[in-house]
Design a protein around this ligand. Structure first.
Ligand SMILES: Cc1cc2nc3c(=O)[nH]c(=O)nc-3n(C[C@H](O)[C@H](O)[C@H](O)COP(=O)(O)OP(=O)(O)OC[C@H]3O[C@@H](n4cnc5c(N)ncnc54)[C@H](O)[C@@H]3O)c2cc1C
Length: 375
């Protein structure tokens, strides 16, 4: 193969899609099947991030526009497009919504009377913004469609090695290796990569209340699909980890979700159909990650004074050859994946450099300095 991708979540599948279309022979590996990690759990709303001005806002704005166009043009059968109402969930968020409303170039419109009549008094009193266009994708469907035509291998990648300019993953061989493993154990000694898993639970319900728009408030609520399903979610739990061996309190999660949804509107005749749970993989600085990975031991050997805070230009670090990570999208993996994967393809195939702000190695200097006391 030209490239092996480990992890068949939305990041791995989107990367496979762009690389395969560019003519590369791609092998996609996942220990549990396509969209079985965080991606399989996602409500997969393609919604703008309501954030203050800055780098994150710019990246998210661009990624959101690219994602809306990408899914609606290429995967309309897995994309439900509806208007989107974002209601502030606190006075502090109200300030952000007001500023976003003023500055956003996204098309806004007035809420219909039908939608207004469904909302609770609390929801009506909060600051809100109503966009003409939002989308929700079918997470499983879109991941499978993206990986169509790509060779898929179901096994757990372990002990990956690089020999004679070739990456070895089980029986597979390739020049390029892409790690899109979400919040799972890291596979290489790259402890400096600042990632944490954030557990989420969402549910699909049937309800006699017909919901015409995407709603984000204390929790996200999907419009009613043509199958009569409404998705509610997700929770954000930084304390629970499926790797801890502790059981997850599913009933408690359901209660939290329904309680939060009830603050937005009254849902009648609820029947819970299915639970989805998984880990989001969030970066410590909230920016996503795309780029090369530093070989920490070799770099510290070359620049031992990094342990004492010596600043070294990142171009001088020693990197694993032809290895790229795509990760750290937090709760916006479906929004960010087309943006990141397109740039991954441009980097690998066309030699276009990646914005250093996205580099997973950005966390390396601080980590190296903390190693001082351990050396
Ligand atoms: C409940 C919930 C709701 C969400 N809602 C939204 C939303 O509405 N909108 C949005 O944009 N985002 C949402 N997200 C976030 C989004 O799902 C994530 O950002 C996204 O799934 C990250 O994708 P990924 O491909 O990086 O990781 P994952 O989907 O976690 O994929 C990683 C894959 O790697 C595989 N893997 C790991 N290690 C190995 C190994 N050693 N060998 C083989 N395979 C391996 C795993 O099996 C897994 O399938 C939500 C997440 C959750 C949990």
């Amino acid at each position: 193969y030209d490239a092996i991708i480990i992890g068949a979540g939305i990041n791995g599948c989107c990367s496979a899609y762009f690389l395969h279309r560019a003519g590369l022979r791609v092998a996609l590996v996942d220990e549990a099947g396509i969209a079985s990690g965080g991606s399989g759990a996602a409500g997969a709303f393609i919604s703008p991030k309501i954030s203050k001005a800055g780098e994150l806002k710019e990246i998210m704005g661009e990624a959101h526009a690219e994602a809306l166009a990408f899914y609606t043009a290429n995967f309309p059968e897995f994309t439900l497009t509806k208007p989107l109402l974002h209601i502030a969930n606190s006075p502090q968020e109200g300030g952000k919504v007001t500023a976003f409303k003023r500055e956003s170039t996204l098309e806004q419109t007035a809420m219909s009377e039908g939608l207004r009549s469904l909302l609770s008094d609390e929801a009506l009193q909060c600051e809100s913004i109503y966009f003409s266009h939002g989308a929700v994708v079918d997470a499983q469907g879109v991941c499978c469609a993206l990986s169509n035509g790509v060779d898929f291998f179901c096994f757990k990648a372990e002990n990956i090695t690089h020999q004679n300019s070739t990456w070895h993953v089980g029986e597979l061989r390739a020049k390029h290796l892409i790690l899109s493993i979400g919040a799972y154990p890291k596979l290489l000694p790259i402890d400096y990569v600042g990632l944490r898993g954030i557990w989420g639970h969402r549910i699909d319900i049937q309800t006699s209340t017909a919901i015409p728009s995407i709603l984000h408030h204390h929790v996200s609520i999907s419009p009613t699909t043509k199958e009569g399903i409404v998705a509610i979610g997700a929770t954000h739990d930084v304390h629970y980890s499926p790797f801890s061996g502790e059981p997850y309190e599913r009933e408690e999660g359901r209660k939290i979700l329904l309680k939060k949804a009830s603050k937005t509107l009254k849902l009648n005749n609820i029947n819970i159909m299915k639970d989805y749970m998984g880990l989001r993989s969030g970066s410590n600085d909230y920016l996503p990650m795309l780029g090369r990975l530093v070989e920490s031991d070799a770099t510290l050997q070359k620049y031992p004074h990094m342990r004492h805070g010596e600043a070294i230009d990142p171009s001088e670090y020693i990197y694993y050859p032809n290895l790229t990570m795509i990760n750290g999208s937090g709760g916006y993996g479906f929004v960010l994946a087309p943006y990141l994967a397109k740039r991954l393809k441009e980097y690998i195939v066309d030699g276009v450099s990646i914005d250093p702000i996205l580099s997973p190695s950005r966390f390396f200097p601080r980590w190296a300095k903390r190693k001082k006391n351990q050396s």
